[in-house]
Design a protein around this ligand. Sequence first.
Ligand SMILES: NC(=O)c1ccc[n+]([C@@H]2O[C@H](COP(=O)([O-])OP(=O)(O)OC[C@H]3O[C@@H](n4cnc5c(N)ncnc54)[C@H](O)[C@@H]3O)[C@@H](O)[C@H]2O)c1
Length: 372
Amino acid sequence: MTARNPVGVGVIGAGNISDQYLTNLTRFPDVHVLVVGDLDTARAESQARKYGVQEWGTAADVLAHPDAEIVVNLTVPAVHAEVSSAILAAGKHVWSEKPIAVDRADARALLDQAAAAGLRIGVAPDTILGPGLQTALRAVARGDIGTPLSAQTVMQYAGPDLWHPAPEFLFAKGAGPLFDMGPYYLTALVCLFGSVTRVAALGSTARAVRTVRSGERAGTDFEVAVPTHVSALAQFEGGGVGQSVFSFDSPLTRTGFVEITGTEGTLVLPDPNAFAGQVRITRVQQRGRDPEWETVTPVGIEAGRGLGVLDMARAIRGGGPHIATGDLGYHVLDTMTSIDEAVASGETVRVASAAPGTPLVPEDWDPFGVTA
Ligand SMILES: NC(=O)c1ccc[n+]([C@@H]2O[C@H](COP(=O)([O-])OP(=O)(O)OC[C@H]3O[C@@H](n4cnc5c(N)ncnc54)[C@H](O)[C@@H]3O)[C@@H](O)[C@H]2O)c1
């Protein structure tokens, strides 16, 4: 079925992650991708042609498109704020890949600019709209594990220099394991526990120089500007505590590990960098026995990256808030920046901002349905 009034979408940034966005945004009926832009216009053209998008060009061409209401910012973190600000200045709503910006001042300026212009900002990760986290949020809200007390998360592997053809930005300010992968884990924890109020952390950098390992530039050395291993502790507003490892220094891959322990049980979540997966609960076991698992009945339809853009598009047409807001993105950036400061200073750091409550996605929410 075709929507009568789909929301026009432009995309700036036709790199690695644009495949996932363009795959999904071109199959959700409520949005219509009109134009793709990149500094490298040949890349924009090739991605546009691959996904049947009619127009391509530079970022300026996307901003000038009269029917693009939302522009999706898939550039590298160092220019997220600059590109998002230009999108707002062109009178369009922003969906930004994470993080919203690389420092608090730029992120705050964007939120102020959007508010003054009456425009929306949505920020990745939109995995929080996926069936995996939505099922877990409902389980916690129902009291399936009693009162949530603590969280453990682990994201460790040998690093994106292994697979990304241009991995330099992932070891620059605004990235590293904390700022690149932290948004998935910390956004999930903030949705489950509420705002982070203070953090402590230690970090290290295994190698000052790393080497591109895949693609045409394999063998190229580059400098590392950030800690590549961070161990962080977080206190949440209700008193819960979390401990998280973010590492690009581990030969042993352990990613997507998220456990929430409550007074009545421990909830195991799927990878917060994925949209779906099993949610399981175990309760106190007898000594010497293996844990017994209950599987939580899943809700929702699996789709993938672009759900946040779709949710924002539907909110634009229907009124009301969207879910993955700029304010949530700001709080997660503020938390990560505080963790980074704690690594540098060795001190506990208070987190000043608060996250807005995250509304649940309705159980019958169908990304492939027509509502516009
Ligand atoms: N690669 C992944 O698996 C992945 C997953 C989730 C999120 N992300 C996020 O998506 C974003 C992009 O990551 P990527 O891996 O696609 O990076 P990438 O380097 O492959 O692609 C970025 C693209 O943006 C373009 N670009 C940079 N500055 C620009 C500007 N000022 N104007 C127009 N185009 C510009 C580049 O030319 C490039 O084509 C990052 O924020 C990253 O954190 C990436």
